[in-house]
Each structure stands twice: as structure tokens, then as C-alpha cells.
Design a protein around this ligand. Sequence first.
Ligand SMILES: Cc1ncc(COP(=O)(O)O)c(C=O)c1O
Length: 464
Amino acid sequence: MTDALGPELLLELPGWGSRGRALEEALRSAIRGGRLVAGTRLPSSRDLASQLGLSRGTVTQAYEQLVAEGWLTARQGSGTRVAAGTAEAPARSGRSAGSAEAASGRYDLRPGRPDAYAFPREAWARAMRHVLREAPTEVFGFGDPRGRIELRTALASYLGRTRGVRVDPANLIVCSGYTQALGLLAEVFTELGVRTAGMEDPAIGDHVRLLAGRLRVAAVPVDAAGLRVDALRDSGAEVAVCTPAHQFPLGVSMAPERRSELLEWADDSLGWIVEDDYDGEFRYDRHPIAALQSRRPSRIVYAGSTSKTIGPAVRLGWIACPPLLLEPLTEAKRRARETRPLEQLALARMIELGDYDRHLRTMRRGYQRRRDTLVAAVRSGLPDVRVRGIDAGLHALLELPSAPSERAIVEAARATSVDVHPLGEYMRGDRDRHPPSLVVGYATPPAHSYPAALDALIRGLRRL
Ligand SMILES: Cc1ncc(COP(=O)(O)O)c(C=O)c1O
């Protein structure tokens, strides 16, 4: 018997093993089997703890894990509920339903997005509530074009601590993600008389086009050691735009000698380096390598973003700015107006409270598990396929040297309801430099449909 007032829940936990794990599995199985249907409100952690004779912390942790996996949702005011579409699909379909994607019969393994189900709703809501209650009135007006000092201070310390970035809060500019950072840089470089930017090839087409609106953009090939500095020199570029920690999309990390060569290029030619550190927090096989910026803060514009760490909807990013570029970049940012001051304060609060680090630790574990599962599935199901790139980030490159073409690969995946991107989508120069390949983003499907998504991918590619 219990004196709890909330909904009751009948769950049977085995008498052995970890209580938290057992509770998670009992809930998963009740949801998967349809006994707990979408929208069902679960007892509060206090009530369930008392119903099952567990500690409240055990229940809270199990709820948080299942929210992160997409089985449950947790919203202020409406409690913890079973998420939509989590019951097993009817036997005839043979695959678990789940997200909107599974409901539409498709699996999304395209790169570029984090797991939206894992958005840290509670921590974000806590931080936002605090901001709305406590923020000074001037927050609601135009502020410093560089962004809120609270966030710049928190970021300077966070980036120094986790990425080795050397920057004073005065030299940080907060912006709407990396995309805005690149747009502002294109403006400023043009004002400074720069004519050519050398950009990694392959790279994201939108980023190339953004620069190409103002500058000539040279395609600089990337090999297993990263951006080819010899080709950069030949291109006559005055700016190099690159992803040293984890090249997008090839997945290589810039080798130590290549890093030194790139710095030499910047010193010799007084060139600028734009370091896009879009997923530097996610390294699984070792401690992350410090940002290149730490070795030449005077020539390197370091840019980061919350798009991979929290979610693209937050639209916050930052530029650690070399002193010579601070004034023109601040002016360009002033023309673009302030960036979401309330969200800036919320992020500052999450960093100060340790919630951001905690969230990253959880995400790192989850993405590493997903990557390991992908690698194991490919090794056993597709022995001819090679997984390229370092153990990091939210995507992997699958090379299929014997496939007839990338178009055939994409069609084969499509036939088993999987959406993927071919490497060719990111290439500008000689496409034959790389064998037919897929860029697989493993973060997007919710955790409960991830195994089914991989299964569908392997089935599709086996047909080739
Ligand atoms: C290579 C690369 N750079 C930067 C970003 C971040 O862009 P933004 O901060 O504008 O969302 C992404 C995507 O998240 C990316 O894949």
C-alpha cells in the first residue's frame, strides 16, 4: 500500500541486479509492449519510489535515461509521460515504430543533427526560469553587440578548460551559430581586402556558398592528415577555413605535422585561419586534442556552436576573435543586432551550474554507444565496407569501394526506407579522389528506433 496521491503503476522488478536498470527495462518493456500507451502520465518520482520501495534518486535517474532515449517526455507542469509512437509496430512491419520518422516509414541517417530527444529540457527550463526571474531589465533591450558578458565570461573559462582555447571574454563574440559567424567573417574579410578563401573540399555546401557570395572560394583537398597545406599555398588563399578536430565530412583529425605546416603558412603569409570546432567536445577514444587556436590566438578565428551539443534550435555560437579582427567583427555583429540575450543568459547559467558539462557527459556516452553499434553492425553485416574517420563526433564515413556508384548506394538505402547522404554531395573538385562513400549521421534516430534504422541500412546495402 502507498499513500501516494498520483497515478499508480504496476511494475514487476526482478529480485536481482541493479534496481535502476531493472526499473528502466521494466518501463521500456511496458511501453514497447503497449501496456503504457502514448500520453500516459507516470507517477512522480517520489510516488513511484514509494510504490516500489526504491530511492527517489533511482527513479529520477531511470526517468531521465528514458527521456534521453525518447521513451518518455518530461515537461514542467505536465509531469513525465509516455512519448508518442513508442509502442512496437504491428508484427507485419517487423520494425519498431517510434519517432515521426518511423511513423512515416523512414529512417533518417543523414548527418548534421544531434539527438533531439535528448534536449536537456529540465536543465534548460530551470536556467530560463531563473533568467526570467532574475535578469536585469536592460536584458530586454539592445545590449553589447559582442553578447552578454555573463555568457562571454562563462564561455572563456569553459573553452579554456575543455578545448584549450586562449581568449579573454572581451575578445569573444556571441552569434547565432557557426553559420552567422561565417557570414560575419565573410563581410569583415571583404572589408579588409581579402579576395580568396581556401576552404576544405569536401565541406558543407551552404558554408561554401555563404563565403562565395563575397569572396573567391578555392577548393582545398583533404587527405588522411587533413587539409592539404601545399594545395592551400598554391591556391593563393589569404584565409583558410577548416575543421581540424574532426574534418566534416571525412572524419579525419588534422595530423600534428599538418597543424604545424598550417601555422607556418599563416605566419609566412599573414593569412587567417578559421577553425570550425563544430563537434570538438565529442571524442571517444582519447581526450580531445586542444583547439589549434591555442597555438596561435593572434591568427586563428575559433568558432563553436551549441548546434551539436544541445540542439540547432538554440542558435547560439561564439567566435574567439584575434585582437586585430575584434573591432571590425564587433561592428559587423552590431549591424546584425543582438543575439537572443535570454538564451545567452540561460546557457551561461547552465555552464556555471555544471549542467552543460553533465549534459555533454551523458551525450558523449550515448553517441559513443551508437558509434560502436554502427561499427559492429557494419563489420558483421557488410565485411567489404570500411568505416573511416576517428572515433569521434556524430557521423562516420562508410566507404563502399566495390559499389557501382554513390547513386546506387543511396537508391539501395532508400529501398529499405533509409535516408542517407553520399559523400559526393559535399565534394566540389575531383570526385574520383575518394571511393563511393556514405556520410552516416548516427545521432538523429531516437534511441528506440536506432537498431531498426541500422538493420534497415545493412539490409539495403547488402543488396548491392
Ligand atoms: C561542419 C559544421 N560546421 C558547423 C556546424 C554548426 O552550424 P550552426 O552553428 O550554424 O548550426 C555544423 C552543423 O551543426 C557542421 O556540420
